[in-house]
Ligand binder design. Structure first.
Ligand SMILES: [Mg+2]
Length: 480
């Protein structure tokens, strides 16, 4: 492709990007660092890999981002000037534009501006950008703020300080100062998360790495809640460790005591939302009348204070079940130790106890492929199991139903939801846009999830419940 063709293609991409209102532009300005500043030079080379890392962890943003690189000195490399598609793999999935100066339309369109340059040059750049935008008639009449809404300053010399004195009205943009480009992914994540909430941009939930939960913070918010509180817990792997024989995973005395205490507080509504069947949940928790129970991922629900189960699939037709059972039976017969579990709305193949676990793991991929043709089902890859489940039920729908019954999002000012498995991601998705929820993955912070926070083990979840019920506020309100 000739240079002219490349430029034309880039211009077309940029025009279509400008017309697509759902995009959010991340603009960054990388001024060629002062050769005497080794640290800035080093950080400059890490900027693209860092943005790549962010997009790897947040794949959903591929569709909503464009990157503009403004080289505002006279020393960019020839390669960067002439061949943007060669600059970075980012350009294959994310539009990538190059400019020699902060063009007004580009700057105005940006939600985020990352400035990697010395602090005195940062100030000058912001001032120039503001002047260019203010002079641009198109943007002074359409109601958009004339500057990027967020500015990230990468400034190793002045950490954690806003530019002083501010050159632009403070309410026109927010400044985040970081010391190193390594901090860009987490900074971008928090800014982008707030953008779609405030701007009502319709964005699907995007998985990312969870933050370790800080128990004291949760306890404070629990104590500060004035309206209703809602607790939603998966069971296996969340309130009890995963064991090889599921029937052995019984609730401990302390867990039952904590749940009892939580349910006793009139502000609290507590639910176990499990894949287990009604009998198991009833045997374990049936004596806690005010505990809500959801069995088989929402196929059956027992409301708090009630004793009867409601069959949520009473009139549903599930024509895929015989075929799914055939497929699982084929794989089970060749792999001793594996077993099939049938439920109302799902069939699960467990291979945790396979005599030849390596072979079972390999075969599970084949089995997964064979299931893909079934209509009206979700296929869930669990911990040493494969599950085929009706699309009519999932834990996310359970959460939505419970929240509706509680009077919607505004009726509740504290929500905790914990889970460890793929099926729990549906709960996290249902709560994703409500920023006051504490969604907790029971697992490592390296896992991609829709939960905001993580705890390493189910014991830590149980301990957290113990801390909540022994907090002073809890004792006060539950004794009312
Ligand atoms: Mg689980």
């Amino acid at each position: 492709m000739s240079l002219l063709q490349q430029q034309q293609q880039q211009q077309q991409q940029y025009s279509s990007f400008q017309q697509a209102s759902e995009h959010r532009l991340v603009l960054y300005c990388e001024q060629h660092p002062d050769p005497s500043d080794d640290l800035l030079q080093c950080q400059s080379t890490q900027l693209i890999p860092t943005l790549e890392h962010f997009l790897t962890s947040h794949p959903h943003w591929h569709q909503h981002l464009a990157i503009a690189n403004i080289m505002s000195t006279s020393s960019p490399t020839t390669k960067r000037q002439t061949s943007p598609s060669d600059v970075s793999p980012l350009s294959k999935s994310v539009p990538f534009y190059h400019h020699s100066h902060p063009e007004p339309s580009l700057v105005t369109r940006a939600d985020i501006c990352i400035l990697l340059m010395n602090s005195d040059k940062q100030q000058k750049w912001l001032k120039d950008a503001h002047r260019l935008c203010a002079n641009n008639n198109n943007h002074s009449t359409n109601g958009n703020p004339p500057t990027p809404k967020h500015v990230i300053l990468v400034d190793p010399s002045k950490p954690l300080l806003p530019p002083s004195p501010p050159l632009l009205p403070v309410d026109e943009y927010k400044v985040t100062t970081i010391q190193h480009v390594d901090q860009i992914p987490s900074t971008l994540h928090s800014i982008l998360s707030s953008l779609h909430v405030g701007d009502k941009l319709v964005v699907e939930a995007a998985p990312s790495h969870p933050q370790p939960l800080i128990a004291n913070q949760v306890i404070q918010e629990y104590q500060g809640a004035k309206k209703q509180r809602l607790f939603l817990f998966d069971y296996d792997g969340t309130l009890t460790p995963i064991v090889s024989r599921p029937e052995m995973a019984l609730p401990t005395r302390s867990l039952l005591d904590y749940l009892t205490a939580l349910c006793r507080d009139p502000l609290n509504t507590v639910w176990i939302v499990s894949g287990r069947d009604q009998k198991f949940l009833h045997d374990c928790f049936g004596h806690l009348q005010t505990l809500g129970l959801s069995a088989e991922h929402g196929s059956f629900m027992k409301m708090p204070g009630e004793s009867q189960w409601i069959d949520m699939l009473k009139d549903a037709v599930l024509p895929w079940k015989p075929e799914a059972l055939d497929i699982f039976s084929t794989f089970t017969s060749g792999l001793p130790g594996t077993e099939i579990e049938q439920k109302k709305s799902s069939i699960t193949w467990h291979y945790r106890n396979a005599h030849d676990l390596d072979a079972a793991v390999r075969k599970s991929h084949e089995c997964h492929q064979a299931l893909l043709g079934l209509p009206g089902v979700d296929i869930l890859v669990g911990k040493m199991n494969l599950e085929v489940r009706s699309v009519l039920v999932n834990k996310g729908n359970v959460v939505k139903r419970i929240r509706q019954q509680q009077g919607g999002d505004n009726a509740v000012d504290f929500v905790m939801c914990a889970g460890d498995d793929q099926t729990d991601e549906d709960m996290f998705r249902a709560l994703f846009h409500d920023t006051k929820t504490h969604t907790i993955l029971v697992g490592p912070p390296t896992k991609l999830t829709l939960a905001r926070f993580c705890l390493d083990t189910s014991q830590q979840v149980v301990d957290l419940l113990g801390q909540l019920v022994s907090s002073p506020h809890h004792k006060q309100s539950s004794s009312l």
